[in-house]
Design a protein around this ligand. Structure first.
Ligand code: ASP
Ligand code: MG
Length: 405
């Protein structure tokens, strides 16, 4: 008998009516003889609502309190969905992260899953029931409720799919019907990709494509959990995310990704001596801030400039760290540029085709778009440009690389 782990995001469980429809969908599959586990996010807007309310007591509540608070959003939707499933005559039980056996480290608000003790899940499935798991949360070894970071329910779903050796993890979305060649709100010509590799999806998620949480894709890739992204309330083929295969080699570029949510921090006049970069990025890593691009220029007078980008939400914190270090090491100044845009092209085909970067840069040059930073990997080229020119850049590149319908 096959086992599917379903995940429904906040908009899919955003109202009573939608939750009822989700219950119908899950039960329909269950009645076909599939074993089913469901993971849910909080109802749309709920996590933000709770966060805002907490901030009316304190601008900076402790992460521990925020975790316990926010974990409730997912518990509510899990309970509602379970009641709805029970009403259809099928046994279901809602479970908190702890009850589902999800053990994490103790990094509040950004916890990592260490393991899943699947006893309880298996018990429920074995008895013919459907476990409905509150996503986004776990329990630390110290019995503290933790959360996995915003959007973390995707990760819950993939982790459970792996732990239960499920046949697939089905991510159901209300706002898109699959993974697209570009954000349709930015590039109207974007189209759905039927099948994409983990490595490409990983680059895309890391680059700010919001379809899937990047840590979820990372885990899926590591353990080869097949992911399917499908529309919640319509019929649709969606997108299958799997290990790279021959079918994918024909395309040079698979997607154009834009990201407005990055900020650039520059340390000016950094002494050019060993250990400085290690110090800076060591301190930033300790705060769990993900640094994306890094550029260090060749400087004169034994001094150099060093720029890096971080998510906008972390920019203020990263700047404080940078300033502190600048002070200690005798750098001249720290500059924060909160409004940068990142445009990237992704494709496994780049490995076997030369000149992709040149084509990209030429296309941007033709539109008079200035490139501030460049970074590349085997299957990706990213450029930092002005945020204002992001949309234009995306549409041009989508065309140049022939991604349109
Ligand atoms: N409710 C959490 C959030 O909004 C987790 C999730 O939706 O996956 O980030
Ligand atoms: Mg979400």
């Amino acid at each position: 008998m096959s086992l599917s782990v379903y995940k429904f995001g906040g908009t899919s469980v955003g109202s009573v009516e939608k939750i009822k429809k989700v219950a119908d969908k899950v039960v329909a599959d269950y009645r076909k003889g599939t074993k089913v586990v469901v993971v849910v996010s909080a109802m749309a807007g709920e996590t933000d609502r709770l966060t805002k309310m907490a901030q009316s007591f304190s601008p900076n509540p402790s992460r521990r309190e925020m975790d316990l608070l926010l974990s409730n959003g997912e518990r509510v939707s899990a309970s509602f969905l379970t009641i709805a499933i029970n009403t259809l005559g099928v046994e279901a039980s809602s479970l908190t992260g702890r009850q589902a056996g999800i053990v994490t480290d103790s990094m509040h608000s950004k916890a990592r899953i260490k393991r899943i003790d699947v006893g309880r899940l298996n018990e429920i499935i074995g008895a013919g029931g459907i476990p409905v798991v509150a996503g986004f949360q776990g329990i630390s070894e110290e019995s503290e409720v933790t959360t996995l970071g915003r959007g973390g329910s995707d990760l819950t779903a993939v982790a459970i799919a792996h732990a239960l050796k499920a046949d697939q993890c089905i991510i159901c979305k209300d706002d898109v019907d699959g993974v697209y060649t570009s954000d349709p709100a930015v590039v109207p010509d974007a189209r759905r990709i039927p099948r994409i590799s983990y490595v490409e999806m990983l680059e895309m998620s890391g680059l700010g494509a919001k379809v899937l949480h990047s840590r979820a894709v990372e885990m899926a890739a590591k353990y080869e959990v097949p992911i399917k992204v499908i529309p919640t309330f319509e019929e649709g083929e969606g997108t299958l995310i799997v290990k790279e295969d021959k079918r994918m080699e024909s395309e040079i570029v698979s997607a154009v990704i834009t990201d407005k949510n990055q900020s650039k921090i520059t340390l000016l006049g950094v002494p050019d001596s060993p250990g400085i970069a290690a110090q800076i990025f060591g301190r930033i890593a300790k705060k769990n801030i993900v640094v994306d691009m890094i550029i260090q220029n060749v400087g004169g007078n034994n001094k150099t400039d060093l720029s890096f980008t971080v998510p906008q939400d972390d920019a203020a914190e990263a700047k404080v760290i940078a300033e502190d270090i600048a002070d200690k090491i005798g750098a001249d100044n720290v500059k924060l540029d909160p409004k940068i845009g990142k445009i990237s092209v992704v494709g496994v085909g780049m490995r076997s085709h030369s000149g992709v970067a040149a084509r990209m840069f030429q296309a941007l040059a033709d539109e008079n778009i200035n490139i501030m930073m460049i970074s590349t990997s085997e299957i990706k080229i990213s450029c930092v440009i002005s945020e204002k020119q992001l949309k234009k850049a995306a549409n041009v590149l989508h065309k140049v690389f022939d991604l349109g319908a």
